[in-house]
Design a protein around this ligand. Structure first.
Ligand SMILES: CC(C)(COP(=O)(O)OP(=O)(O)OC[C@H]1O[C@@H](n2cnc3c(N)ncnc32)[C@H](O)[C@@H]1OP(=O)(O)O)[C@@H](O)C(=O)NCCC(=O)NCCS
Length: 315
């Protein structure tokens, strides 16, 4: 019998429906819809160098991969995303080798591949082929039905603590709308830099950062800001996607940490999600980010399978 021929063709926007369906089959706990994927391709990934490919077997589309080279990471570091459903796991080695070749063409010094810790085939292949596991990203889900009353009580307690300080919590809508985001940008830089990571963080210009903070996923009334003496000192937000709702990044300036501001900001987004009728919210964090892991556990988030981050030096 002839061996099936594995091929790769560049993906176009017309492939978004196929890509969403295969992403959902690959990661059923993170379902995707075509409009959400297109939004990501055309907006949040627009500031990165990107190559996307459909993986074919004997001319039939099976799954897809992408190479993303963001500008906020040093050394032309490139991420290889594998969207390969269980039925196509035998394509993993060819997809990774092809991705490495593409990353070399893109000038990458390091290629990073995050795979589900329960994707045993991918994990074993990477471990056996000169990839090093550098980090683990932990994923969490908070059921807002079961936890609604408890979350409201925690928010009242957090408010009482904030009331003993000069800090107030406001939304970006209260603070003047989108124009205020320019003032949050430096807070983002100062706090993202403190996330445990194995790559060099290069602060992005405002125009590239702001695409993560805009409709349809993020609205000014869903970005909560801690304000001290008219200055933003921290923020947290709710990102509303068609397939899932996420509690987005939370950051508090170093000199104001340990006073309950992150807890209070996050609780505002959670009560807002409950009031919006959201069933559950998700989030993910680096496994060495002790303060936010502690907060998520305290707030009642339940852990889901995480992702292992493998690195391969290309130069
Ligand atoms: C994570 C972060 C937002 C927390 O801000 P904060 O205002 O200090 O948080 P809070 O004071 O509300 O709560 C921090 C909690 O973590 C606990 N904590 C702090 N350091 C800890 C550690 N090393 N191990 C375990 N728990 C720790 C604190 O005791 C506190 O818990 P408590 O309220 O039960 O006492 C802040 O550290 C930050 O901006 N980090 C950089 C950005 C980041 O990593 N964001 C999270 C990724 S989304």
């Amino acid at each position: 019998m002839l061996k099936p021929v594995i091929g790769f063709r560049a993906a176009t926007h017309a492939d978004a429906g196929f890509a969403a369906a295969t992403s959902t089959a690959a990661e059923p706990k993170h379902p995707q819809v075509a409009e959400e994927l297109l939004e990501k391709w055309t907006k949040s990934e627009a500031g990165s160098a990107v190559r996307r490919f459909i993986v074919q077997e004997s001319g039939v589309d099976r799954c897809w991969i992408s190479l993303i080279q963001p500008r906020d990471v040093g050394g032309l570091t490139t991420y290889l995303n594998l969207l390969i459903p269980p039925a196509s796991q035998h394509l993993i080695p060819a997809a990774i080798v092809f991705g490495e070749g593409q990353a070399r063409e893109m000038g990458a010094s390091v290629l990073i591949c995050q795979v589900g810790e329960d994707s045993h085939q991918a994990v074993e292949w990477l471990r056996g082929h000169d990839w090093t596991q550098e980090r683990k990203q932990r994923f969490w889900r908070l059921d807002l039905g079961v936890n609604a009353d408890r979350i409201r009580e925690l928010r009242s307690a957090a408010h009482k603590r904030i009331d003993t300080t000069d800090v107030v919590l406001r939304t970006v809508a209260d603070l003047g709308g989108e124009a205020f985001l320019r003032r949050l940008h430096p807070v983002s830089h100062a706090t993202v830099a403190d996330i445990p990571m194995s790559v060099e963080y290069i602060p992005e210009p405002y125009e590239e950062w702001v695409v993560w903070m805009q409709p349809p996923a993020v609205l000014p009334e869903r970005i909560w800001v801690a304000v001290l003496a008219a200055q933003p000192i921290g923020y947290s937000y709710l990102a509303y996607h068609p397939s899932s709702v996420w509690t987005g990044f939370t950051g508090v300036l170093r000199e104001h940490r340990g006073k309950g501001f992150a807890r209070a900001l996050k609780l505002e987004t959670l009560v807002q999600a409950i009031d919006l009728g959201v069933n559950a919210v998700e989030t993910d964090n680096d496994s060495e980010n002790a303060p936010i892991l502690h907060l998520n556990e305290e707030l009642g988030y339940e852990e889901m399978p995480g992702k292992l981050e493998f690195h391969r030096k290309l130069t």
